[in-house]
Design a protein around this ligand. Structure first.
Ligand code: PGA
Length: 316
């Protein structure tokens, strides 16, 4: 049997007529005419297929079917009212979820803006996926998140992107390396070194390979590691050099396990971009985050020297 076609308006009319004991009272409460209320009740009865109300004189009585409907109706209306409240809260940003996906290197600065954002909107939950460029593109193509942060937005995709902050890539070496502390090292000297590199599909990897290709130089990859942190450990352990986003390093000025080399052609100048599919209807929460981010770009700037994770880095 096909389901009954009942509208929320009919249920509201029915509930009001029963509660107030009159058609005119219900019409007044719901801001409609009395014939409109009568019509809704008539249509509701037709759908149910049994009388719901009996009128004796001026008194309105519920039939048995009417009593059953009233019980269900009260539940539905309450559930609906809760839903309406929730939507109002979303609009007022009291609740909601922000989904963002960021490339590995942005995990070092995105939390700096997420903290204050969550403090401003305490009812908003944040889910931040930290993935490499390839995985991020997959998520973007499936429209899985509200916003994305990445190094190199793909050129031929239907996306909107805006630069956020600079993302310089620098050469790192163990602090004890002979090049450490030297000034203006020619790029060609890197040809004699072995590198610990990020995996294929990483934006960092793409940028480094391009820099070597442009100079017609071989890039000798001794080891691939899928994590910037693991690479820092490997470089500190003397396994080779690497090129990483400066944001993944911590400048301590002296005594560090790693040092940033002063090589010509470095840092490789890049930016992080905020990306979303073109024309995507942003959720209220995502829109608020976008505006918050634009107003608080200064929070994203690198922290002054100070400890976070991994081996310390000496610059210059
Ligand atoms: P990656 O991205 O984690 O894929 O290397 C970093 C970047 O593109 O800046």
């Amino acid at each position: 049997m096909p389901g009954m076609r009942v509208t929320l308006g009919q249920l509201r009319a029915f509930e009001a007529v029963v509660r107030l004991g009159s058609f005119s009272g219900a019409a007044k409460e719901l801001f409609v005419t009395q014939p409109a209320i009568s019509k809704k009740i008539r249509m509701l009865q037709e759908e149910v297929g049994l009388p719901l109300l009996e009128q004796v004189g001026k008194q309105i009585y519920l039939t048995q079917a009417g009593r059953e409907l009233l019980a269900v109706c009260a539940d539905w209306l309450e559930t609906w009212a809760r839903f309406e409240q929730q939507i109002a809260d979303f609009k007022g940003l009291k609740q909601g979820r922000l989904r963002i996906a960021v490339v590995t290197t942005s995990k070092y600065f995105m939390p700096r803006v997420l903290g204050p954002f969550c403090a401003r909107y305490p009812g908003v939950d944040v889910a931040m996926e930290v993935v490499n460029r390839d995985r991020l593109l997959e998520r973007l193509s499936r429209n899985e998140d509200d916003l994305y942060v990445m190094g190199v937005p793909p050129e031929d995709w239907e996306i909107e992107s805006e630069p956020l902050i600079e993302n310089p890539l620098v050469v790192i070496a163990p602090a004890s390396h002979p090049m450490s502390g030297r000034r203006d090292i020619p790029f060609s000297e890197l040809a004699g070194e072995v590198f610990i590199m990020r995996e294929q599909g990483s934006g960092t990897r793409i940028a480094v390979e391009r820099a070597f290709r442009e100079r017609g130089m071989p890039l000798r990859v001794k080891m691939e590691l899928g994590s910037n942190e693991a690479i820092k450990q490997a470089v500190a352990g003397g396994l080779g050099l690497s090129v990483l986003s400066r944001s993944s390093l911590v400048a301590l000025g002296g005594g560090g396990a790693l040092s940033e080399l002063d090589v010509r052609g470095f840092p490789i100048r890049r930016h992080w971009y905020l990306v979303r599919p073109r024309g995507k209807q942003l959720s209220v929460v995502a829109q608020a985050f976008l505006e918050f981010l634009q107003e608080h770009l200064s929070l994203l700037q690198p922290e002054p020297a100070g400890g976070t994770e991994g081996p310390a880095v000496r610059t210059g």
